[in-house]
Write a protein that binds this ligand. Structure first.
Ligand code: PMP
Length: 354
């Protein structure tokens, strides 16, 4: 331990993101990136602002992007908050809405960054176990003595979706705490809770350009919520860094919202590939959860997931393995292009048929 660290720094167990390998070129199915490039309009927009203006600070309030998001979700400008990827938006939300007096509720199997944020802000975690099928026992999320609820929809890494009716019920039974719905993967088959924002002042919906818009490298995310919640996020953000996105990210993000056709086309391709690969995997004896995301969560009764992970890696295919209770027999596999998924399935066949 460094003598320079604060006790908090010494106690942290930081999040470890999925590997970005540098040794060789893999078929990269481990971090839920989109296999298709961003819209050409995004690239043009970024190139157009790569000029002398980079000398100047960017717009701290990202007005041009907020306007696009406002139009897209039919909300008001004071119901939108923009950040550097949804990870940053989530970090600000944990700081803004949860406090050490009450724990924050989330599932045992969920996006592992929630635990890290809770530790960073010294919040207790109130953990609800998923049921045997990895479904969210929604009833169990209500009536708890907690300060807030965080749910990704669809959940990660299970890929399982909850319905808008279930979210409504959750909001209605928890009117006094913030219910944060993390919709990083919502465009691959779910119905967004964005339309409930006007109705429920305690709902915060968080989305990103990283997955369905192929822009993980640009780092743009946003939150939708009541004016009160957005105000809270701005207070936290402006106490860290008064700027939000850099000029390149801002221009690219605006352009991403202008090419709906491209977004719809690439998303439909990912969904079709997901369905085809899920079918093939089931035929090979895998258990595959019903995915509404751009990844599948799979397990084989006769083959240890860790070994499959290693053998796939040796064959140049990277998937995600979590050495974690309850899911250590599962792999999370990002949906790539049709060709990438064929190579993945071929490699798997070779491994399991030996
Ligand atoms: N939420 C969930 C559930 C995720 O899986 C991810 C991606 N790792 C994120 C949020 C963060 O995405 P980003 O910061 O790229 O917007």
């Amino acid at each position: 331990m460094s003598k320079f660290w604060s006790p908090l720094t010494a106690s942290l167990v930081p999040y470890v993101p999925g590997e970005q390998p540098k040794d060789k070129k893999y078929i990269k199915l481990n971090t839920n990136e989109n296999p298709y490039p961003p819209s050409p309009q995004v690239l043009e927009a970024i190139q157009a602002v790569a000029n002398d203006d980079l000398r100047l600070y960017p717009d701290p309030t990202c007005d041009t992007l907020v306007k696009k998001i406002v139009q897209y979700f039919e909300l008001a400008p004071n119901q939108v908050f923009v950040g550097n990827g949804s990870d940053e938006v989530l970090a600000f939300a944990f700081a803004a809405f949860f406090n050490p007096a009450k724990p924050v509720t989330f599932a045992d199997i969920t996006y592992s960054f929630y635990k890290v944020y809770a530790e960073f802000y010294q919040l207790k975690a109130d953990i609800v176990p998923l049921d045997e099928q990895f479904k969210l026992p929604l009833g169990a999320f209500s009536g708890r003595d907690s300060g807030g609820i965080v749910i990704p929809n669809p959940n990660a890494p299970t890929a399982i979706l909850i319905s808008l009716d279930e979210i409504r019920e959750l909001l209605a039974t928890n009117p006094d705490k913030v219910v944060l719905i993390d919709e990083a993967y919502i465009d691959f088959g779910g119905e967004s809770a964005a339309k409930l924002v006007k109705e429920y002042p305690n709902l915060l919906v968080v989305q990103t350009l990283s997955k369905s818009r192929s822009l993980a490298g640009l780092r743009v995310g946003w939150a939708l919520g009541s004016e009160e919640l957005i105000d809270g996020l701005n207070r936290v953000k402006n106490s860290f860094n008064s700027y939000t996105l850099d000029r390149l990210a801002l221009a690219g993000a605006v352009a991403a919202f202008e090419d709906e056709a491209y977004f719809l086309e690439t998303t439909a391709k990912v969904v079709a590939t997901r369905e085809a690969v899920a079918k093939e995997l089931r035929e090979l004896g895998f258990i595959v959860t019903d995915s509404a995301a751009n990844f599948v969560f799979v397990s084989h009764p006769d083959h240890a997931a860790e070994l499959l992970f290693q053998e796939l890696r040796e064959r140049g295919v990277l998937v995600r393995y979590f050495k974690q209770p309850r899911i250590d027999q599962y792999l999370r596999v990002t949906v790539g292009t049709g060709e990438e998924m064929s190579a993945f399935v071929d490699a798997l066949k070779e491994i399991i048929k030996r």
